[in-house]
Design a binder for this molecule. Structure first.
Ligand code: NAD
Length: 479
């Protein structure tokens, strides 16, 4: 088992990675630096043939990788973590350029890659054994085969490794498709991986939405691990049904944060703001609705406003910035639509301007809308940008019902000094991840997935490994 041929890394040139080799394309596109609006490097658009070649190489590589002992697979994954760790500075710069994230925040995502691999390498594949007088029943889990990993633009690195690490650990091969808005770090991550893994084990094809659709239709792809919007997730599921592929769908959300009356206002208000505006609101589990007990509503909102005014927004190069721009022009226009709607309906802007000022990049100041109605767009939909509504509540059952009154169920937060009481509220939130006295911080140690239209299944952590495996039960009768 020898690694692929790609051996040196150039952070100014980008390729699809197919069967262990760099491959260009006669079709190219550019990412756009969201801080400046300027074109970034050329990047190849993979053709249907490229996609087919990648799947064929993954299929060819699968039996040997599946049969490689798990200890060896872990050894290679750990070597990859070490190798990646030698390039964190370059990956951080690249991530800043393609995503606009402030240096420190980009550094956290880059650092998370190593942590993610290390944590997964500490896991073992579950197995069960049942025995009675007659038989022994072994439940074993086997890899699925070729997996497709389809990635959105908000966390291009961590969401790539979040699919690659469990897929490879469990003995699958994987073809990753980055978002056309953020192709660079994902392609480079997989290029680097060629120094460690045999050809075909982990590959990347960059391109547009059609390429994602081709992967989902391909008969030799056994599973699609998709992270993105609810609308696209439904298309992925529909296309995957044609070959009954396994799917994991990690989709959008409209997380509620419930503030109980006993919170320490000065301490908690800034934290709740961070939950809403982390990564400029472009987080699937960002807080998207804030419900504050009426007895502290005004004071809590004022503290939120004070903290929001202190947040520095700007390009990655300025180390003091906490927030960067919205990542792309399409999303920028979408978010501005929430501002326009809130302004047109006469909602109160507690902080932020009704019309974002034009800037060189896609910058928007974090904005809080004070008590819009339940059926307003800003309450009912996911803006995926730095704008969030607050509403008062007085009856616990009623606010829990309001929090759950949505087609989504990805995450949520409950804040209260009385932890038992807060935990009891958390258990009534219909969502995959609920945080008590913290804003939403998903971790590789726990399975991550959504209820309702926020997704199907879940990945990460020990439970998440099963999303990359079939169960095979051996019923062995005693003679
Ligand atoms: P998107 O659905 O537009 O695109 C996601 C990926 O799917 C991209 O790589 C895109 O090229 C590809 N794609 C588009 N059409 C396709 C098709 N028909 N078949 C297959 N692939 C296709 O999402 P986005 O705008 O990149 O990401 C933002 C959304 O992702 C938000 O709604 C956010 O909440 C969600 N998200 C969810 C999670 C989670 O883990 N639950 C994490 C991050 C983001």
């Amino acid at each position: 088992m020898s690694p692929s041929k790609v051996s040196s890394l150039d952070f100014d040139k980008f390729y699809n990675i197919i069967d262990g080799e760099q491959r260009g394309s006669k079709n190219i596109h550019h990412g756009v630096n969201p801080s400046t609006g300027e074109d970034l490097w050329e990047v190849p658009i993979a053709t249907e043939q490229d996609c087919n070649d990648a799947v064929a190489a993954a299929k060819k590589a699968f039996p040997a990788w599946r049969d490689t002992p798990i200890a060896k697979r872990k050894e290679l994954l750990m070597k990859f973590a070490e190798l990646f760790g030698q390039h964190t500075a370059e990956f951080t710069q690249l991530l800043c350029k393609e995503s606009g994230k402030p240096q420190k925040i980009a550094g956290i995502e880059v650092g998370g890659v190593v942590g993610f691999i290390q944590y997964h390498c500490a896991l073992d594949i579950p197995e069960e054994k049942f025995e009675d007088d007659e038989k022994i029943v072994y439940t074993e889990y086997t890899p699925l085969g070729v997996c497709g990993g389809i990635i959105p633009w908000n966390f291009p690195l961590i969401l790539s490794i979040g699919k690659i690490a469990p897929a490879l650990l469990t003995g699958n091969t994987i073809v990753v498709k980055p978002s056309p808005f953020t192709p660079y770090t994902g392609l480079k991550l997989v290029e680097l991986a060629q120094q460690i893994f045999p050809p075909g084990v982990v590959q990347a094809v960059g391109g547009n939405n059609e390429l994602g659709a081709q992967l989902t239709l391909h008969p030799d792809v056994a599973k699609i691990s998709f992270t993105g919007s609810i609308a696209t997730g439904k298309k992925v599921m529909e296309a995957s049904a044609k070959t009954l592929k396994r799917v994991t769908l990690e989709l959008g959300g409209n997380d509620a944060s419930i503030i109980l009356p006993d919170v320490d206002i000065k301490k908690v208000a800034p934290e709740v703001v961070m939950g809403a505006f982390q990564n400029s609101g472009q987080v699937c589990v960002a807080t998207k609705r804030i419900y504050i007990h009426e007895s502290i509503y005004q004071e809590f909102l004022q503290e939120m406003v004070n903290f929001t005014k202190s947040i520095k927004v700007g390009p990655p190069e300025d180390g003091d910035n906490l927030l960067g721009p919205v990542q792309n022009a399409m999303q920028y226009e979408k978010v501005k639509g929430f501002f326009a709607d809130s302004k047109a309906k006469g909602y109160k802007f507690a902080v932020g301007e009704p019309e974002p000022q034009p800037t060189k990049g896609f910058f928007i100041q974090p904005t809080i809308i004070d008590n819009p109605p339940n059926d307003s767009r800003i309450v009912a939909e996911e803006p995926f940008g730095p704008i969030v509504p607050t509403q008062p509540w007085s009856d616990l059952d009623e606010v829990i019902a309001r929090a759950n009154d949505t087609n989504t169920g990805l995450g949520g937060c409950v804040w209260g000094k009385d932890v038992e009481k807060a935990m009891a509220v958390a258990r009534r939130i219909e969502a995959g991840s609920v945080f008590v006295n913290s804003w939403e911080k998903p971790t590789p140690q726990a399975v991550f997935g959504g209820h309702k239209e926020s997704g199907i299944g879940g990945e990460w952590g020990k439970t998440g490994l099963l999303a990359f495996m079939n169960a095979r039960v051996i019923h062995c009768y005693k003679n």
